[in-house]
Design a protein around this ligand. Structure first.
Ligand SMILES: [Zn+2]
Length: 265
């Protein structure tokens, strides 16, 4: 299980930066919630915790204490920049510590995914003495996702599409950095039409011959059930269940016994 602690910057009494009708604390929360949902629905063995899930006041110490107590594998703090500028930058702690090269390597992977997917102007991979980075006992990075006081960037920040894109880029970055495994999606499931299951391989081969005379290509799939090996004759493998059904019904009309087996990779 990979434990990822996500920190939406600011919250409650602390709005963070504000401009163009936007508050930093709202945008960071939107991104973090979206990121949590992507990570939990699309990745295997991934446990995600947020430092806050609503507009809540929470000190920096409380946040790092929580991450440390939970024993997170990675901490990611999400922020929006201000002060006149454009683009994306990321931070790791500027101190001297043993795991620094690893922390920098992981951050670099996350940084790249963001710059690529959002086509950000790249302001660089930086270091700073930020509490969230210094006081966390696991590798940590902080991202600054555009400038709230930049009219063009602020306009994008107001759209759901932008929030989703930023969350997706962070998810891809975390996937690559922490080697997260993707869950198989519905699209990856395919439907095999099985026409005959035999304990004797010769019988399976004979069935293949008969099917071939009827114009069907087939192959034998070794299948283990209750410690017994079966040789299944597969007549077509389809992504679309309807196509598998059609094939099964054709075979049944010709007097074969057939069934469908859904296979996940
Ligand atoms: Zn901030």
């Amino acid at each position: 299980m990979v434990k990822i602690f996500i920190d939406p910057g600011h919250g409650g009494n602390d709005p963070g930066a504000s401009a163009n009708g936007l508050l930093e604390k709202d945008i960071t929360l939107d991104i973090a919630l979206q990121l949590k949902s992507i990570l939990e629905s699309e990745y295997k063995n991934t446990d995600v915790r947020l430092s806050r899930t609503n507009d809540q006041t929470k000190s920096l110490t409380e946040r790092t204490n929580e991450a440390n107590r939970w024993n997170a594998d990675y901490l990611l703090s999400i922020h929006i920049n201000a002060g006149g500028g454009e683009g994306f930058e990321s931070y790791i702690w500027n101190g001297a510590y043993r795991s620094k090269s690893n922390t920098d390597k992981l951050r670099s992977v996350i940084h790249q995914a963001n710059v690529e997917q959002l086509r950000w102007r790249d302001r660089g991979q930086k270091e700073a003495n930020f509490h969230m980075l210094r006081e966390s006992s696991m590798p940590a990075a902080l991202t600054e996702n555009g400038f709230i006081d930049n009219v063009v960037e602020a306009k994008k920040m107001k759209t759901d599409t932008w929030v989703k894109k930023v969350a997706q880029a962070h998810a891809t970055g975390l996937q690559n950095a922490l080697k997260l495994d993707k869950k198989p999606t519905k699209k990856d499931v395919f439907y095999r039409v099985v026409c005959g299951s035999f304990q004797d391989l010769n019988n399976a081969k004979e069935r293949m011959n008969v099917l071939s005379k009827h114009g069907y290509d087939s192959f034998v799939d070794k299948y283990k059930m209750k410690n017994k090996i079966y040789y299944r004759v597969v007549v077509g493998s389809f992504q679309d269940k309807k196509n598998a059904n059609d094939r099964m019904n054709q075979l049944k009309k010709k007097g074969f016994d057939a069934f469908i087996d859904a296979v996940k990779p």
